[in-house]
Design a protein around this ligand. Structure first.
Ligand SMILES: [Zn+2]
Ligand SMILES: [Zn+2]
Length: 290
C-alpha cells in the first residue's frame, strides 16, 4: 500500500467523523503511502493535519473541497497543496459560510408559513461549530421536532428544490474558485465529475481546462450515490486532455461512503501534483516581487 495514495478524505472539521490526526493514524495502520485532507469549504484542519506526530505517517497533502457552481450545476472542486496560510482563500470561504448561515432564518420563515416552528435557539444549537451549514442540518431539526420521519421526507416535503422551505445555496463560481486556488499555489482538480450529471462531460472538462483546471478525479466509487459508472469510463472522457488524474475514497467515517484507502491512485500522482504546485507557487511569488 506504500505505493498508493488516497487523495480525498474528510475530517470532523467538515462533515467527517475523525479528527485530522485520527485520519493519519488510520492511514498509517493501512500502510498508505499518501493521504490528502480535503474538507468541505474549510482549511481549518490543515494545521493539525500537517503537524500531528503519527508513527509511520504517510505523505500528507493539504487540501480542500470547495462547493462551486458551473452553469447552474453544483460542482465540487478539490484543491491540492493548499498552504495552511492562505488568506485570500480563507476570506472567501468565510464569506460563503456566512451566506450559508443566513440561509437558515430564510428557511425558518418559509417553514413558518407552513405551520412549522423552528426556534432561533434550535438553529444556533445545530449549527454550532458547523463549517458547511446546509439543508441536512435543517432536516435534522425537522426530524427532532417530529415534523418528518427522516431526511428523505424532509427534502421531499419541505427542503427540496421547489418545495415550500427551499432557499437556494450560494456557491462560488467554479472559474473564480479555480483562479483563487491557483493564486494561493494550490492545484485545482474537479471532484467526482459524474455527479454533475451533464450530458457531455468531455466538453465540460475542455471548458474547465480553459478556465484553468489542472486535474480531474478519475478514480472514485459512485456506487454510494447510486450512479452507474463503468470502470474506465471517466478516464476515457479525460483521455488526452493533459489533466492530472487523481482519485480517492471520499472517506467520511460515516459508513455511507467508502473506507479510507479503498480507492487510491499510484503515489507518482502526488509527485505530479507537487511539481505543478511548486510551479504555481514560483509564479505567484514572481508576480509579487514584480
Ligand atoms: Zn464532493
Ligand atoms: Zn468529498
Amino acid at each position: 500500500m506504500r505505493a498508493r495514495a488516497d487523495l480525498h478524505a474528510h475530517s470532523n472539521l467538515s462533515d467527517g467523523i475523525h479528527s485530522p490526526s485520527e485520519l493519519l493514524s488510520i492511514a498509517s495502520d493501512l500502510n498508505l503511502g499518501a493521504l490528502a485532507l480535503t474538507d468541505h469549504d474549510t482549511i481549518d484542519g490543515l494545521v493539525e493535519f500537517m503537524n500531528a506526530e503519527v508513527p509511520g505517517c504517510p505523505i500528507r497533502i493539504p487540501g480542500v473541497e470547495i462547493s462551486t457552481e458551473y452553469q447552474g450545476v453544483e460542482a465540487h472542486l478539490l484543491g491540492y497543496f493548499v498552504p495552511t496560510w492562505a488568506p485570500k482563500l480563507v476570506k472567501r470561504l468565510k464569506a460563503l459560510e456566512e451566506s450559508r448561515r443566513k440561509r437558515f432564518p430564510k428557511m425558518q420563515n418559509r417553514l413558518e408559513s407552513e405551520g412549522i416552528r423552528i426556534s432561533d435557539d434550535d438553529i444556533d444549537q445545530i449549527l454550532q461549530g458547523v463549517k458547511a451549514p446546509g439543508r441536512p442540518h435543517m432536516a435534522k431539526l425537522l426530524i427532532r421536532r417530529g415534523y418528518v420521519r427522516d431526511i428523505e421526507e424532509a427534502f421531499h416535503k419541505y427542503l427540496g428544490k421547489g418545495k415550500p422551505g427551499y432557499v437556494k445555496k450560494e456557491r462560488a463560481d467554479i472559474g473564480e474558485a479555480i483562479s483563487l486556488l491557483k493564486s494561493e499555489g494550490a492545484v485545482p482538480v474537479l471532484a467526482h465529475p459524474v455527479t454533475m450529471r451533464l450530458p457531455d462531460l468531455r466538453s465540460t472538462l475542455i471548458e474547465l481546462r480553459e478556465l484553468g483546471l489542472l486535474g480531474v478525479e478519475i478514480e472514485y466509487d459512485y456506487q454510494h450515490l447510486r450512479l452507474n459508472v463503468k470502470p474506465g469510463e471517466v478516464q476515457l472522457l479525460a483521455e488526452g486532455l493533459g489533466l492530472i488524474e487523481t482519485g480517492g475514497s471520499d472517506y467520511h467515517g460515516d459508513g455511507a461512503h467508502r473506507n479510507l484507502g479503498s480507492v487510491t491512485v499510484p503515489i507518482h500522482v502526488v509527485n505530479n501534483l507537487r511539481k505543478v504546485h511548486e510551479e504555481l507557487r514560483n509564479n505567484t511569488s514572481e508576480a509579487i516581487s514584480g
